[in-house]
Design a binder for this molecule. Structure first.
Ligand SMILES: Nc1nc2c(ncn2[C@@H]2O[C@H](COP(=O)(O)OP(=O)(O)OP(=O)(O)O)[C@@H](O)[C@H]2O)c(=O)[nH]1
Ligand SMILES: [Mg+2]
Length: 625
């Protein structure tokens, strides 16, 4: 059987996972009454993906075209198409790099209204570097503001900018409405959802344009490990594309790293993917994506070989992280109350497990403390890890995200990014003001109807926290995307623009009586009835200096009152920060306490006296340097 391996790539939200839904459904991968038939974003199967509506992990599925049922009717041979759905968010770029090697073709989706955006450029560059055959799909042509032909022109320019040889300039273009499961060879004059259509043009194009991967069957076995998984029954599983040769159950294989055999194993069980399921098989032919049980210890990027042919495939290249945080055991007075796992050893084990599969991530022991420096591709990359850990029952404390500097030819350099901000006319002034404060240089500005698209070059350092700030200022309407440009000599760091913190001076339970008074001096993060400790940050001040407050004071009881309430001021409901907002918010002298139940911001030094001494010491150090 012929095999096509394709990777679906695009900027975030351009419709990859939705398109995979249609591909699965139209090839009758599910029975008509199976629950998946009525589901959407089927591949976004993990809890955080479902909640956030974004893809975080790249995953593969497979379909048969023509569907076997049809094929058997008319003696048509069917082809297996392995589809890899990837995330479009820049922070998860490591997932694209991890899985792109399994494919021989890439399907690049571009939103017919938005056009190419920063991550379109990143993924297209990766696909070209991997030498993949490309199919372009101008998607979502049903959008009211779709401008498909203009977008096609923009994508062609992008191809010209990125192509290193002429072969990557030859690509087929289709137009589609992934959500309605329709693709077209030529752009329909007008589109309406009741128009006839299906994904046949897509399937036919894939069969014709993408090379068959089922080649080299007679050669010795070679398979690059791209994914690791775990099964509680058979243990460690490794997944990859059989580059050549055939994988057989019970065969002996060698695990090879840089052309050296590092272990010999027997293939205990073998699986391939059929739709969303893992199916046990006796052989996995050349070109197919297979799963092996029986190799307990290995890492992504190693090669499984015929023992007589220990030759590695090129390892997976991943871009370096640009942002770091420290994660350590929780040291707050509430430590150990809410989490199941809280020791340094438990955190270490979990982080080490994470880097086995999360290729964009780096973890280092901080030798002086029992903490870990965790580096990733962006704030969301790190926030998703922390969120996953807290849901598994971990508690920890996290420091403010910082950029990673590098010394290049004796000069200190920092990461720079190109950011694209799309915003309604009315907020234009706000954006230029904010970007000015952040020392960004405007590279381009384009007006398109009511929207303006601004492109800036900015140091990653000065970009931290911008997403929340822009979303608040533009009432959630700004679109913000960034593209990593590279390292350049260190520029000017912007001055901190955050106000001071409202800090609890006494432990206890918060009372509306105190909140009524404190809310005049800032915005609170907690309501009444919350347990606080000394040094916990309970809000943000109206002024730039920190303010110490007693949030636990109840009104003295009088004869005719039965509780500490009886406040005349209206209590403003607190502003609760999400994990990402909290990471953005915290200052250098603060920490974020993360537990399965709560997020608390605190000062590093909890006692007021130590805080005074420490802040004086830090100031002296800064003044003397
Ligand atoms: N108008 C329109 N909207 C679509 C179409 N396809 C998808 N969408 C919508 O676009 C949004 C994003 O779709 P997804 O399929 O999650 O996009 P994605 O590319 O997988 O996103 P990430 O994996 O997070 O990068 C969803 O709200 C979809 O309903 C389409 O053909 N037309
Ligand atoms: Mg997706």
């Amino acid at each position: 059987m012929e095999i096509r391996n394709i990777v679906i790539i695009a900027h975030v939200d351009h419709g990859k996972t939705t398109m995979v839904d249609a591909l699965l459904k139209q090839t009758h991968t599910f029975r008509d009454n199976q629950k998946e038939m009525s589901e959407t974003l089927i591949m976004d199967s993990n809890e955080l993906e479902r909640e956030k509506g974004i893809t975080i992990l790249a995953k593969n599925t497979s379909i048969f075209y023509p569907p076997p049922r049809k094929a058997s009717e008319g003696q048509v041979k069917t082809t297996k198409i392995n589809i890899i759905d990837t995330p479009g968010h820049a922070d998860f770029g490591g997932e694209v790099e991890r899985t792109i090697n399994m494919a021989s073709g890439a399907v690049l989706l571009v939103d017919a209204a938005e056009g190419p955006l920063p991550q379109t450029k990143f993924v297209l560059k990766k696909a070209m570097q991997a030498g993949l055959k490309l199919i372009l799909i101008i998607n979502k042509i049903d959008k009211r503001d779709a401008r498909p032909m203009e977008v096609l022109q923009e994508v062609e320019n992008l191809f010209l900018e990125l192509a290193e040889d002429d072969s990557s300039l030859e690509f087929i273009t289709l137009f589609a409405v992934g959500r309605d499961g329709k693709a077209f060879y030529t752009l329909p004059q007008t589109y309406s959802s009741d128009m006839k259509g299906d994904f046949v043009p897509f399937f036919e194009t894939v069969l014709r344009e993408i090379p068959n991967s089922a080649v080299g069957e007679e050669k010795p076995l070679q398979m690059l490990i791209s994914t690791l998984d775990y099964d509680s029954y058979v243990g460690r599983l490794c997944i990859g594309k059989v580059n050549q040769g055939t994988l057989k159950k019970n065969m002996n294989v060698a695990l090879v790293d840089q052309n050296k055999i590092i272990g010999s194993y027997k293939v205990q069980k073998l699986y391939t993917t059929a739709g969303l399921n893992r199916q046990e098989v006796e052989t996995v032919p050349s070109g197919d994506i297979g799963t092996i049980a029986g190799i307990p210890e290995l890492t992504i990027g190693q090669t499984v070989c015929d023992p007589t042919f220990p030759e590695s495939l090129p390892t997976i290249a991943v871009e370096e992280p640009t942002i770091k945080i420290t994660i350590g055991p929780n040291t707050s007075p509430f430590a150990g109350r809410e989490g199941k796992y809280s020791t340094s050893r438990q955190l270490r084990e979990r982080l080490m497990k994470e880097i086995e599969t999360n290729l964009g991530l780096r973890v280092q022991d901080d030798v002086q403390t029992s903490k870990f420096v965790v580096a990733g591709r962006g704030e969301l990359h790190l926030a998703i890890l922390i969120e996953a850990m807290r849901r598994e029952g971990y508690e920890m404390e996290v420091s403010k995200p910082q950029v990673i500097y590098k010394t290049i030819e004796g000069e200190i350099c920092e990461p720079y990014e190109e950011v694209t901000i799309e915003v309604d006319e009315e907020f234009f002034g706000l954006i230029t003001e904010e970007m000015g404060k952040r020392k960004a240089a405007m590279m381009d500005m384009k007006k398109d109807g009511k929207k303006t698209r601004l492109v800036y070059k900015i140091a990653t350092q000065n970009l931290l926290g911008i997403r929340n700030s822009l979303l608040t200022k533009t009432k959630g309407t700004a679109q913000f995307h960034s593209y990593f440009l590279g390292y350049e000599p260190k520029g000017t760091k912007m001055e901190t623009i955050r106000n001071g913190a409202l800090i609890a001076v006494k432990p206890g339970t918060s009372f509306n009586y105190s909140i009524g008074k404190i809310q005049e001096r800032g915005t609170l993060f907690i309501p009444a009835g919350v347990e606080v400790y000394e040094g916990m940050v309970v809000g943000i001040a109206n002024k730039s200096d920190d303010i110490e407050v007693n949030i636990c004071k109840a009104k003295q009881l009088t004869n005719n009152r039965s509780s500490g309430e009886g406040v005349s001021a209206t209590i403003i409901s607190p502003t609760t920060l999400t994990l990402e907002q909290s990471l953005d918010f915290i200052a250098e002298d603060e920490l974020l306490e993360v537990t399965p139940l709560n997020l608390r911001i605190r000062k590093k030094w909890l006692a007021i006296s130590t805080r005074r001494v420490e802040s004086r010491r830090v100031r002296d150090v800064e003044n003397s340097s």
